[in-house]
Design a protein around this ligand. Structure first.
Ligand SMILES: *Cc1c(COP(=O)(O)O)cnc(C)c1O
Length: 303
């Protein structure tokens, strides 16, 4: 399978007009930035039979790995702290991943701190097993993100865009980093990649950048959100941004990263809108089912 290049459309939000790269439409099953990051493993023949990874029970990476494994005929074993209630009544990414044959393994009994391990930034092959770190933060991700960068360059050249500001929210920062790195190596368009840390703080994100790329000149520009948001926590104003995005652009965005991104964009308009502006929709809408339920339960008045 070869992924077709994803479309770019013009949208308007809060009176500002900008471009939107629809990586959520990359492929019906294999989409968003996890598909970009895993594309290497998709394209390069590997003598493996099994994939192992770990992370949260609703993660987008988990679902994309399940799709990859199924397409390749590999077994997929996912290690997580099992929430029994969720497992009895799976939804969203979990349901879809289980349907693709994912085997789930409980690490809830482990008392060790896996915080340090979370900085593992390598994919490893041991015997016939591929081990993928949480969030697919590894060098192999560069392969697919280069293709994303090339699609953007081609489009910008066609449109005669000389200066481009690109924004995408970060978890591990892998996508933003490799995008900036690839774009830095071409002269036209002059592109600046901006991002916001959604999972940790600015220092955490900087650390992640350095784990993948020692040369700071390839690092994206980090903007900070107007206030500190804890990842996965519910904030009424973020839900409102998400609803407004849907209403004004007609596009469903993801509920975890995109609202933090847009609250950051709205507080940095002067800087960001000084050139042509491109936002990258990185998928993840399958995770919205459970997030939306939580939001509606917590804030009964909003709909
Ligand atoms: C995983 C993910 C991100 C974060 O990507 P990183 O490469 O880890 O920074 C952002 N948005 C969505 C929708 C994601 O699924």
């Amino acid at each position: 399978m070869k992924l077709q290049s994803s479309p770019i459309q013009k949208v308007q939000f809060e009176g500002y007009s900008f471009y939107l790269k629809r990586d959520d439409l990359l492929h019906p099953d294999f989409s968003g930035n996890k598909a970009r990051k895993l594309y290497y493993f998709f394209q390069i023949p590997l003598k493996i039979k099994k994939v192992i990874s770990y992370g949260s029970m609703q993660s987008n990476a988990m679902y994309s790995l399940a799709v990859l494994a199924k397409m390749k005929g590999w077994q997929f074993e996912y290690h997580t702290r099992i929430n029994e209630e969720l497992l009895q009544n799976p939804k969203g990414n979990l349901k879809a991943a289980l349907e693709k044959g994912m085997k789930i393994i409980d690490i809830g009994h482990l008392t060790m701190d896996i915080g340090e391990k979370n900085l593992l930034s390598e994919c490893k092959i041991i015997d016939d097993t591929l081990i993928v770190p949480e969030g697919v933060r590894c060098k192999e991700a560069e392969y697919g993100i280069k293709i994303l960068a090339q699609e953007i360059i081609e489009w910008a050249n066609e449109k005669n865009i000389e200066k481009l500001n690109i924004f995408l929210p970060s978890g591990t920062g892998t996508t933003a980093l490799y995008l900036q790195k690839t774009l830095s190596s071409v002269r036209c368009p002059m592109s600046n990649v901006y991002t916001v840390p959604c999972v940790g703080d600015k220092e955490y994100l900087k650390k992640q950048f350095f784990a993948l790329e020692a040369d700071e000149k390839f690092h994206p520009t980090i903007l900070e959100p107007p206030k500190r948001y804890r990842f996965g926590k519910l904030y009424e104003e973020l839900f409102e941004i998400w609803l407004n995005l849907k209403k004004q652009t007609g596009v469903e965005f993801d509920l975890l990263y995109d609202p933090i991104a847009f609250s950051t964009i709205l507080s940095n308009l002067q800087c960001l809108m000084s050139n042509a502006f491109l936002y990258i929709h990185q998928g993840g809408v399958l995770g919205n089912i459970t997030m939306e339920e939580r939001y509606k339960k917590k804030f009964a008045t909003i709909s």
